[in-house]
Ligand binder design. Structure first.
Ligand code: PLP
Length: 408
């Protein structure tokens, strides 16, 4: 296991940053994470010392950029266990999922085909499919969640029909946060010729993910949810599927040649998807973030976060003013202070220096399952401490005082 106190020293925002006059307690890691100094330094180093373009120049500076930029593909490939040419740099999970929906779904779905998702998906794994299904005449259908909000293989089997072509699901959803049995789902789906797209935005930052072992067809994740910069992420795809996927953006860098008649010869994957000047500092920063996480150890991160979550759940359950919606989940804790509107409660936490998320968390059809329109969400990362959870629990207890202040 790692030493959390020494890890916290790596994060400038955990050393002196205050909110509402109190030391910051950041438990909104599902939204984005804090950045360690090594990531900040790596980005600054690029901007300060070698900020040329990638894949453009024939001079040493350009070569330096290309080497560092392309090396990150190896880092990612090692991190999720794939080949380097199966790593597409994108602008984040939303961009990755849009690329699969519009680049693969648009060309492979036909009228009446079915795409399976769940009610717990993030908007980024819902809206692109709505659009693509509308354009192709195919249909979005929902896999039932069980009584705890879990996605089970049995329910996947029940939802599959002869028309199912794609299943697109989060490995861990961003509100109710259960771990989906991805390996079993892939195995079953592949027997039926169905492609499985996995939204890894909330899983890849927190646990080891091996795409070869899981046998997923596509996997999307974002750097900023795992200590990296914003506006950069990855789409993993099996190489033959990436080759079948049409780019959704065209321009410089992604083509081998074209002529005035409009004939375009694209480069192979992944280059054909990466048109235009990319987020170079973002990609290089993402590489530093992944190496940082690997040094701590993904297994260690998972284990420590499980302990944090179990501790928080135990303490929250002891309070009678708290309603928890996903006691047995593994990711974020979705809850409410009874009788308090979630955004008002988030303001209360703010007065204690605690950052939690309130609202619908971009999962706007989840209320059709949860039957509650808004929740609070506490999401931890490996730099959070048990002491921070104690402070959070103390603030939860004050929810009642807040009600008095509100209505008094
Ligand atoms: C499960 C899930 N999918 C997709 C996304 C979108 O990620 P990004 O905003 O980095 O594109 C998020 C972000 O919160 C998420 O939690």
């Amino acid at each position: 296991m790692f030493d959390v106190e020494s890890v916290r020293k790596d994060f400038p925002m955990l050393n002196g940053k205050t909110m509402h006059g109190k030391p910051l307690i950041y438990i909104d890691n599902g939204a984005t994470t804090l950045k360690p100094q090594c990531v900040i330094d790596t980005v600054c180093d690029y901007l300060t010392n070698y900020s040329g373009n990638a894949h453009r120049g024939d001079y040493d500076l350009s070569h330096e950029v290309d080497t560092k930029y392309e090396h990150v593909r190896d880092i990612v490939a090692n991190f999720i266990h794939c080949d380097r040419n199966e790593v597409v740099y994108t602008y984040g999970s939303s961009d990755s999922l849009n690329l699969v929906a519009f680049g693969y779904g648009m060309t492979h779905l036909q009228k009446d085909d079915e795409v399976l998702i769940t009610l717990a998906e993030h908007a980024s794994n819902t809206l692109p499919w709505f659009e693509v299904c509308q354009a192709t005449g195919s249909v979005v259908k929902y896999i039932d969640l069980d009584t705890e909000g879990k996605l089970t293989l049995d329910n996947v089997k029940k939802a599959i029909t002869d028309k199912t072509k794609i299943i697109s699901i989060a490995q861990v959803t961003n509100v109710i946060g259960h771990l989906a049995p991805i390996k079993e789902i892939c195995q079953y789906a592949h027997e039926k010729g169905i492609i499985v797209v996995v939204d890894g935005a909330q899983s890849v930052p927190h646990r080891p993910v091996d795409v070869k072992d899981l046998d997923v067809d596509f996997l999307a994740f974002s750097a900023h949810k795992m200590c990296g910069p914003t506006g950069v992420g990855v789409l993993y795809g099996k190489y033959e599927l990436l080759q079948e996927t049409k780019p959704t953006r065209f321009g410089g860098g992604s083509n081998a040649r074209y002529n005035s008649c409009g004939l375009i010869k694209l480069k192979n994957a992944p280059t054909k998807f990466e048109t235009g000047t990319p987020n170079i500092e973002g990609v290089i920063g993402m590489g530093a973030a992944i190496e940082y996480l690997q040094n701590i150890g993904m297994d260690n991160i998972t284990k420590y976060e499980e302990q944090l979550r179990a501790y928080a759940i135990k303490k929250m359950k002891a309070l009678d003013n708290i309603e928890i919606y996903n006691e047995n989940g593994i990711g974020p804790i979705a809850f409410n202070i009874k009788g308090v509107f979630s955004q008002d409660a988030a303001s209360l936490f703010n007065t204690h220096g605690i950052a939690v998320r309130a609202g619908q968390h971009c999962a706007k059809i989840l209320d059709e399952y949860l039957h509650v329109s808004q929740t609070l969400r506490a999401s931890f990362y490996f730099y959070n401490t048990f002491e921070e959870i104690d402070a959070f629990i103390e603030a939860c207890q004050k929810g009642d005082d807040f009600l008095d202040a509100f209505f008094g």
